[in-house]
Write a protein that binds this ligand. Structure first.
Ligand code: 3PG
Length: 204
């Protein structure tokens, strides 16, 4: 799937779930809003079960696992039904573990040296994280000419206001953000709000 992960949706919802019960309704709201993909972060106890539930009950969404920070999490996420993997940074062990699953994945990068290391390993699609803090759209614009092979999903501090700046760059396929699933909307079970935020983002 390399070469395609960045082209599924213009905005990748980065989702942090505290309650397993939100998993399926959130996935359905994102699909209804026109964003049929999720990077579900492995930051909470329910994350793997949430991936399993979405994979079982909302097969039309491309469910991925984010915040892969330890090699063993790659296989756990794949076993739960994740169809792609995302890490905030890259180590040789993480890269090997993600590649071993056979799934497409976005290894995290924040510097030219890290980008070159990922390219050397044979992968051209990556996450740029934390995007705003690491230099934002200006940084990615600066490296497009010297390192044209690399394509990015910038994530971390991206907002509806800055998304367009990134998406206009030749080396950006999509952006990622948590603004589509705000903690307050999740706490209130306000899935209509999530659907509306997805619809606005999908219209880009
Ligand atoms: C991520 O893991 O990609 C980030 O936590 C998402 O960043 P954001 O919350 O600033 O959108």
């Amino acid at each position: 799937m390399s070469g395609e992960l960045l082209d599924v949706v213009p905005v990748m919802p980065v989702v942090v779930l505290e309650r397993l019960a939100d998993a399926v309704p959130v996935a359905r709201a994102l699909v209804a809003g026109g964003l049929p993909a999720i990077e579900l972060t492995l930051r909470t106890d329910v994350a793997l079960d949430a991936i399993r539930a979405i994979a079982d009950e909302v097969p039309e969404i491309l469910i991925g696992a984010g915040t892969i920070v330890r090699p063993e999490q790659a296989g756990q996420a794949a076993a739960a039904g994740a169809r792609f993997l995302v890490s905030p940074g890259t180590t040789p062990a993480l890269l090997a573990a993600m590649a071993d699953t056979g799934l497409p994945f976005l290894p995290g990068t924040a510097s030219v040296s890290e980008v070159l290391a990922v390219l050397e390993a044979g992968f051209t699609e990556m996450k740029f994280f934390p995007a705003e803090a690491a230099g934002g759209a200006a940084y990615l614009r600066s490296i497009a000419s010297p390192v044209p092979e690399a394509r990015f999903c910038p994530t971390g501090g991206v907002t509806p206001a800055t998304a367009a700046d990134y998406l206009a760059l030749p080396n950006v396929g999509c952006v990622g953000g948590s603004w589509l699933t705000p903690a307050a909307a999740l706490a209130a079970g306000d899935y209509a709000r999530i659907e509306a935020l997805a619809r606005a983002a999908a219209a880009r």
